[in-house]
Each structure stands twice: as C-alpha cells, then as structure tokens.
Design a protein around this ligand. Structure first.
Ligand code: MG
Length: 294
C-alpha cells in the first residue's frame, strides 16, 4: 500500500522500532521491531513483514487503523507478509467442479509477483488468467482442491453449500501446511459465512486449522487471496475445457440461458444421467428439466 508522507514520518517516532540503513536504492527507510520489519520504498509503498506483525499491530492501533483503512480502499493490497489466503470458485456455475485454493506469499516473492499485475484480479480475463497463473504457481507454495461433479453431488446431499465450502477451505489449509510446515500468523479466508458458523460447520472434522482471519472481498485486499482466487479460477477453466472436450459441447459458465441450452444438448445426445457427471444437480436449471427426464 502507498502511505502519505506524514504517515511514513510517524514510523520514525515509534519507540519499539529501530531505524536501520536501507539495503537497496529503492528503499527509502527501514525499521526493525521484534520479529518484524517495516520497509518504506521510494514510491512510498510500505511493506510490513515478519511473524510478529499481527501482535505488533495489536499494540499500535494507529498503524493498524492505517493498514485497515488503506486496505478497505479497493486499489491497495494489504502489505503484511508473510500471509496465506484462500478462495473458491465454481459454486455459481452449473457445469464443472468446485475448486478451492490456498496460497502462501512472503516478501521474497513480491518482486516477481509484481510483474504479473495481480492487483487487478477482479478485472483479469480468462485468457490472462491462463497465461499468468502457471507463473504464480511456480513462485508461491499453494494447495488446490478439485471437487468434481459426482463427488460434489454426493457431498451436497449431506452438507449445505457453506458447510461444504468450510470443509474445503479447511482442507486447503491442511494441504498447504503439509507443504510449508508452518502456516503464517495471517491466513485470510475470503469470507462466505461468519467465523462462528465456519467453525461450527467443521465440527467433527479431524484436522481443524484455527486462527484464520475472515474478510469479505478479501481478494481485493490480500495478495495471497488474489493469488488463490486466480489459481482456483485457472484450475476451474482447465476442468471446463476438459469437460467440453469430452462432451464435444462448448459448455458455458454460470447458470443462464446458454447453460439451459447446453443442458438440453447434453440430454439429447447422452441422456439425463450424463448430467450427474458434469453438472451440479441442485441448480434450478436442472430441476426444471428433471421431471421430464428422470
Ligand atoms: Mg470468494
């Protein structure tokens, strides 16, 4: 995030930060605290990193407020690293899997990620996603879970959609933890249900990741969530391509009129039961044709 000059000057007067000499010409100032570093770039971009950032912000409400305020403005991505984030896609699409991803980002990865211009994830089109995501995958440790349609349809009989999402996000963090051994203090879920409900849905699960942070529209505020959203979307797009190829029908995303046409074509060519394998059966699009074919 970019800070104002007076905000940056305030950093110099904080008693538990020590000013250290910048290590490269793009760094204007650098402050070290216990288990954390604050770097001020010549662009006035400020990056907070280290394992104690969250605790430190608890003791410095004025800075925390600044971080919060900056992150609520859509154009900035919260700069507290390391961080992990998770997001899901496919829940609003009749065809194709539900995909959940969790991604770890630390400050050593920022320069490489910056070149990909991920900050604008909300406006990134499918073609760009296909071209940049392999690079994100090569930079950041990540986990990705794909729930194909047969599995989704079975699970959906047992769990409601939010319960299903909670189980998947939790599992994505379990998988990410297996890769990086320790999750960072800041792990952000793109919020789909309040925190209390999230953990209630996980009752009975064997391995539950606690201490997550829940934020709505998190993909616009946290680079790790933006990356998770992109990796999930990429995986979803690839799966849709594969299904389209298998059926020899270019399947549409979403749940609109074009999807209704695709459903008719599938039933015509392959019969209703094919929908079990390629579609989410609880959608109204399927319900309205079910009576004629089931
Ligand atoms: Mg989301």
């Amino acid at each position: 995030m970019i800070w104002s000059l007076s905000d940056i000057q305030m950093l110099g007067s904080i008693h538990d930060l020590v000013s250290v000499d910048p290590t490269n010409p793009y760094i204007k100032a650098c402050y070290k605290g216990d288990g954390m570093t604050i770097t001020v770039y010549t662009s006035n971009k400020v990056v907070l990193q280290g394992n104690n950032v969250s605790q430190w912000l608890d003791h410095h409400p004025s800075i925390a407020k600044l971080v919060e305020h900056q992150s609520s403005n859509d154009t900035s991505i919260i700069s507290t690293f390391p961080q992990a984030g998770s997001d899901e896609v496919g829940t609003g699409d009749v065809f194709g899997p539900v995909v959940v991803s969790a991604v770890y980002v630390d400050s050593t990865m920022l320069d490489q990620l910056k070149n990909l211009k991920i900050d604008d994830s909300k406006v990134i089109d499918d073609q760009t996603i296909l071209s940049i995501v392999p690079t994100i995958m090569s930079i950041c440790p990540y986990s990705v879970l794909v729930v194909d349609n047969p599995k989704y349809n079975t699970m959906h009989q047992k769990y409601n959609l939010n319960a299903l999402k909670a189980i998947l996000h939790n599992h994505a963090y379990v998988k990410l933890k297996e890769k990086i051994h320790t999750l960072p203090p800041l792990c952000v879920v793109d919020q789909f249900t309040p925190e209390a409900s999230y953990y209630r849905y996980l009752n009975g699960q064997t391995n539950i990741i606690h201490g997550l942070t829940f934020k709505t529209k998190a993909e616009h505020q946290f680079l790790s969530v933006a990356c998770a959203s992109l990796i999930a979307r990429y995986t979803f797009l690839k799966a849709m391509d594969q299904l389209s190829e298998q059926l020899d029908i270019p399947l549409h995303k979403g749940a609109g009129k074009l999807v209704d046409q695709d459903i008719e074509t599938i039933i015509e060519r392959y019969g209703f039961t094919m929908l079990h394998h390629v579609a989410k059966l609880h959608f109204a699009n399927i319900e309205k044709v079910r009576t004629n074919h089931a």
